[in-house]
Design a protein around this ligand. Sequence first.
Ligand code: UTP
Ligand code: MG
Length: 490
Amino acid sequence: MRLPDPALVVLVGPSGAGKSTWAAGRYRTEEVVSSDALRGVVGSGPHDLDASADAFALLETVVAARLGRGLTTVVDTLGLDADRRLAWLAAARAAGLPAVAVRMHTPDALCRQRNAARDRPVPAPVLAAQLKRAALVGTALDLEGWDLVHVVDTDEAPRVPEEAPRRVEGHTPRRGPDDRRSSQGLRVVLQVSRFPWGEDPAGWLRSVALAADEAGFAGLALMDHLIQIPQVGRAWEPIPEPWVTLGMLAGLDTRLDLGTLVTPVTFRPAGVVAKAAATLDALTGGRCFVGIGAGWWAREHAAYAVPFPSARERLDLLEDAIRTMRALWASGTKAYAGGRVDLPETTGYPRPAGRIPVVVGGGGERRTLRIAAELGDACNVASDPETLDRKIEVLRAHCRDVGRDPAEVAVTVLDLPVVGRDRADAWARVERLRGRSPAAAFARRTHAGTVADQRDRYGALADRGVDTVFLGLGDLAGPEDVLALADLVG
Ligand code: UTP
Ligand code: MG
């Protein structure tokens, strides 16, 4: 519907009805004269009620001046005061401009919900009084002589975000609308373990992440090591701190899930990991995951003065860490008594935007897979078919033991293939990467082949019950290598 223009437009409706939002979508900022904005001009801010008298005096001056010049003037106040309305109507008549009242007809519950979501809500009794007056204003407007009374109906579903769903241990992993899957039904997440970024670390990271998003990857995972591991590169090659790096990637416009694969539980107290992950989840609207493991490399711990307890103790730490994170991510602030982990309170803000999936890394059959079965949303094991079947069997057995539905614990694999444009290119890469390993053994271990070869293999992984493949490239150089995988992940 087109309203007369130029015109005087008087907004009418309680707080949270959507008056300012409606006006902002239709008029230039300069055309909207808002009592809240003027409170901010003459007072300490838009809600400085002590500044109301000065703000309204200024508002009247601006309205009169604009109408006097024949300029469209949108009066953004509650509009519930009949005397004020009639004065503006008279001023429009005097200026020869049509006068329009716009009544925001918004359900009371929605106004209350929006009001509650604000940083400085109007006190509940004040809002209740406004709602009462607003219910009666329709009749008054019809009798006042406006050239047009335009009613804006807001019966659409509230757009205020719902409270995050309550998180329960052992709840099915989320499957949102952004659950990207390949044609074979797999989620394929790019695992980045090497960072040949030359002189431009941020530019390289950005280009790789944008390429991953464009290629259709479901997410991007970062390895967490203090020194580059010998399996991937040289100790003097860069290996960035993952939470800092993920924070940068969170600022890019992508739909990628972002997380670690895996963070050793020894590096940071679990509560601090929970804080980092909740922050990342809040910043990305629910795209964070936490891959976590017991840690294995003594050298990096020694070099950074990080304690490296025995394997048994590290597995205990892993178990406690997951319980601690879950407790801190759960709603409320109540104390947590988990037996092994006791927290006097679980005050954690920002709250995660959704349930943060925990991926338990490692194929240790007695403890690691048991921890995954009991506490994880997923396990992460190696992708070679011989051991995969066995690990899945052990995981399922642990699930039965602890009374967990195996469908709630996704199987994910870390897959480190050598992928070539064609057969010749695949072999050239094998030759470059194999170090002292015999070429045939290296090619077999890395499933060297083309994208089509990898697709066949991924089909077989999906058939075995794999949910997610974390795909790492041992020779990742830049975005082109990522884009070349589009047919594998799409
Ligand atoms: P407004 O800030 O537009 O309400 O919307 P208002 O009527 O001008 O309220 P007062 O009188 O100044 O207090 C209130 C909240 O509702 C959201 C806005 O983003 C804002 O946070 N809103 C508004 C929606 O979500 N959808 C809409 O269609 C309109
Ligand atoms: Mg407003």
